[in-house]
Each structure stands twice: as C-alpha cells, then as structure tokens.
Design a protein around this ligand. Sequence first.
Ligand SMILES: [Mg+2]
Length: 396
Amino acid sequence: MKITDVKVIVTCPGRNFVFVKVMTDEPGLYGVGEGTLNGSEPIVAEAIRHISPLILGRDPHQIEDIWHLLYRQGYWRGGPIFMAAIAAIDIALWDIKGKVANLPVYQLLGGKARDKVMCYSHASGRDEIECEDSARRIIERGFKAVRCQVGNYGGQGIIGVIPPLTPGTPSTAIYEPTPYINSAAKLFAHIRSTLGDDIELLHDAHEQLDPIASARMAKSLEPYRLFFLEDPLMPEHRESWSIVRQASVTPLAIGEIFTSRWDCLPLFMNKWIDYIRIKPIHGGGITEVKKILTLAEPFNVRSAMHGAADIGIIGQAASVAVQSVIPNFGIQEYTRHPEPAYEVTTGACELREGHLYPNERPGLGIDIDEEKAAKYPYQRAYMPLLRRADGTVHVY
Ligand SMILES: [Mg+2]
C-alpha cells in the first residue's frame, strides 16, 4: 500500500480547524487527522503542504519510520507549527491502520484500560453566585469535575478593555494580578461550601502570574482541595515551578502549549507537576504523546489532556483513544464544539454523564465532509493580548 496524496482542509464551522485526509492507492481507503493550532491555522496548513511530498509513495503502515522522517527532515526540528503538522499526518496514519485492521485505534494501542474517560467542563460567571449556578448546571448533566472561573479569560484581574487599532484584530484586556488572586480564593471558598466535598474542582490561571504570586495562589487555594491548579506560571519559567511546588500541596497541571518530550521531561524528573496537558494534535500525534505518557508514568504524573473547543473532533478522538489505554490517565477537558463542526466532522466520540467514550468503529471512527467544510471558509483570527493598568504588555 502507498500514500498517494495529503489533502489539507482549513475550515471555520464556528471556529477555525486544520484537518487532513491522507489518501492511499487502495480505493476508498484514507485516514483523517488534525493539526489545528489556535490563531496560526494557515501556517500549519502550509507546513503540512511543505512536508507532504516526503511521504508520497511510502507505506502508510510504517508510522514510526514516517514520524522520524518528518521530525528529522529539516535541521530545524520541533516547535508548535511543525509538531502540529506532523501530528495531523500521524493521527491519519493511525486511522488508516485501524481501518485496514478493522479495529478501533485504542485496540492498536494496547486495548482499553477503562471503559470511558472522565471529563471536566467549564463553569463561569461574573461573580461566585453566577459561577455556582453554572457549575450546578454542569453537575446536573452528570459531570463529577468542574473548572470554575469568574470573569472571562483573566478572571476578575481584567479591569478594562482597549479596543483594537485595526479592524479584525482582537481587543486588548487590561489585567492586574492582585484582584485576580483575591477573587479566586473568594470564589473557591464559596463554591466548596455550597457544592460540598464530593465534586472535583479545578481552576485555570492561564499563565498570568509570576513565581511568587503563583506560590501564594496555590497556597491560598489549598483549603478547597482542588483536583488541580492549571498553568499558574508560564511554562518558560521551568525551575521556578519548584517554588510553587514547595509552597503547597495543591496539585499542579501544565503543558497545554508543550510540543515535545523535551518540554515535559524536566518537569517529570523534578516532580514539579502532577498532571501533564500535552495531547496528540500539538505533541506530534498519537505516536509521540503515547510515549510521553509512558515517560510520565514512573514520576506519578497523570494525563489531563487539553480539550478546549479549538481542539477539534478528530483531535479529541485521538486524545480519547490514548487516554483509554494508558495506566496513568487523570482527566480530560471537555468543551462542546460549535454545532456546524459536527456536520463537517461526523462521528464524534459520545459524551454521556460527563464521560467521553472511545469510538468502536474502525480507526478513529470519524469522517470529514469536504463539501460541508468548503461551506465554512477560514476566517482570520488571533489570540488575545493582556496589558497592565499602566500600559505595559503583561509578560508573566
Ligand atoms: Mg488552560
């Protein structure tokens, strides 16, 4: 069997996604993959087009060999753009292998270690009362774990908004860490006392604190027994994770912008974190992320794969397949995709009572409707930026 073509599909059914179809010389046999990188979708699409000729004519079953060929094809290895591009192709090759074997991908990875993957979903509100109401609605849907936030991306640290200079670019939020940290402690005091001890609570600080502020926050949230505190620090701080670690026993999660084993290893080996958020579509695909989770295992680090709405239905299925088989599964983030996304990519993993179920169909069990995708052309979009009250770009 030979790879004959790699089709790149960039589409915006409610938000932008980058999908591929890896075609073979067997009639009707192809694999689907995803390499969506929020805010950089056209660049990943071009990277896939650039590396695709290297695999034409090759046997799609040779996943490990193709992975190393694509990783080492350039002197400039790694980085988010190339790792997302490799991921898209790698995921599609696993889909092909599953279709040929007539088995779901999780069977090829070792078989189920659990029937379903526990998820958390997002509760939010302008204050702790609204957030409690939002959390109760999520719990009523069967979720046992809820991420709680007040305000939007920067919580109550957002104290103003600067409109964009250029139409079509995002506005800039004005952010201060002190009101944010104070509001988070108040939020969890309220949520834990009203929702009780049985529910798992999580919080995402979105990388906006310096090391001492992060340590102070982890300590201040200790009484409320979080499942984890996510991204208090930017991952670039590395050694400063030890300051946060030593300050409290609040479990820590990081890694949703990690793209390789080399990002993860120091945090594993120093026992600075409890949960790793890397996932197939940004970490080089199923092949590499399964290995990274094996590296995490002896250091008691569990998976907590990033699952915001910009990780599409194919990326989600790849995450669920890996997390169905690894022994060190922790939790999966869950966000419902925009409704048109379910027309473009059909066969999404089923969500029941706060758990995602791996597909039982061969491969990943998902297809891409190219005609529907073409109905939703790419829309230029960027990630937001924060500035402090004095106008400085917020750098922590
Ligand atoms: Mg996050």
